[in-house]
Design a protein around this ligand. Structure first.
Ligand SMILES: Nc1ncnc2c1ncn2[C@@H]1O[C@H](COP(=O)(O)OP(=O)(O)OP(=O)(O)O)[C@@H](O)[C@H]1O
Length: 258
């Protein structure tokens, strides 16, 4: 579904030097896979996601989504951001319908589709509210509904639950899993949480610190649908402990190299 080959990307840093955000990254994501991405801060996770979204030009390499080379943003890929990135002046309904408006969908149809998605993410009755009137968790529900409105094949999620409280995060994780289980979506999900990576992912991609590379891909052979009770299983504990060991090793290698 997503094929990433030899992807490299550097930025000019504040001191004028080059920062190598991604270095020769190869990655395949299968159709309908839920892929989670973990790695130290600054290892290039967001850059990788934005490159797939077509939001940043890359220096070399290529990304192919469903047989088509990525040359810019497209309705086949939708992104959900940590800080929600909603239009502050627009209502919930207009925020969700916005992408449809850009695509020329008529008013009646876009409102109907937006209302259905708002109900699906549990926000029926909040259509006329503005983002500032909503909690963080509710704002992210709007972010998810907005991303789904364009009926993407790929959902790119950049630490979507990083800015909400633990209880809300757990609810949103469960809701996202049930949306994904009912859809044919392919999800790439960045997180800082090992527990979240294992609870959600079919595989966990571990990225290493600069230059951003894929250190390892760890399969998560836990049954689906995933229930919370899995968190008490030995296999779950084993995988999270392994991820923690690898991240700690990477941190120490990075420190020793500096
Ligand atoms: N627009 C930019 N201009 C300059 N440097 C950038 C830009 N975007 C990213 N970088 C640099 O590229 C590197 C990778 O950044 P990126 O945001 O992809 O990392 P990340 O793994 O998502 O980090 P975090 O986990 O902290 O969100 C960092 O060193 C960052 O400072």
């Amino acid at each position: 579904m997503i094929e990433i080959r030899g992807l490299s990307k550097s930025f000019v840093g504040q001191d004028g030097g080059r920062v190598q955000a991604l270095s020769d990254v190869d990655l395949d994501v299968a159709e309908n896979e839920f892929l989670t991405v973990l790695g130290p801060s600054g290892c290039g996770k967001t850059t990788l996601l934005k490159a797939v979204a077509g939001l940043v030009p890359v220096d070399s390499g290529e990304i192919v989504v469903d047989g088509t080379k990525v040359r810019g943003p497209g309705p086949d890929r939708a992104m959900v951001f940590q800080n929600f990135a909603l239009l502050p002046w627009a209502t919930v309904l207009d925020n969700v319908a916005f992408g449809l408006e850009l695509r020329g969908v008529g008013r009646a149809e876009r409102q109907e589709r937006a209302r259905a998605l708002i109900a699906m993410v549990g926000l029926a009755g909040f259509e006329t509210k503005r983002p500032a009137e909503l909690s963080g968790g509710m704002q992210q529900r709007v972010g998810i509904a907005r991303a789904l409105a364009v009926q993407p094949r790929v959902l790119l999620m950049d630490e979507p639950f990083g800015a909400v409280d633990e209880q809300t995060r757990r609810l949103l994780q469960e809701e996202l899993l049930s949306i994904w289980e009912e859809s044919r979506l392919t999800v790439v999900f960045i997180t800082h949480s090992m527990e979240e990576a294992v609870l959600l992912g079919d595989r966990v991609v571990l990225m290493s610190a600069r230059p951003g590379q894929i250190a390892e891909i760890v399969p998560v052979p836990l049954e689906r649908p995933r229930a919370r009770s899995l968190e008490r299983s030995g296999k779950y504990a084993e995988i999270t402990a392994y991820l923690w060991d690898r991240l700690r090793d990477m941190h120490e290698e990075h420190r020793a190299a500096r």
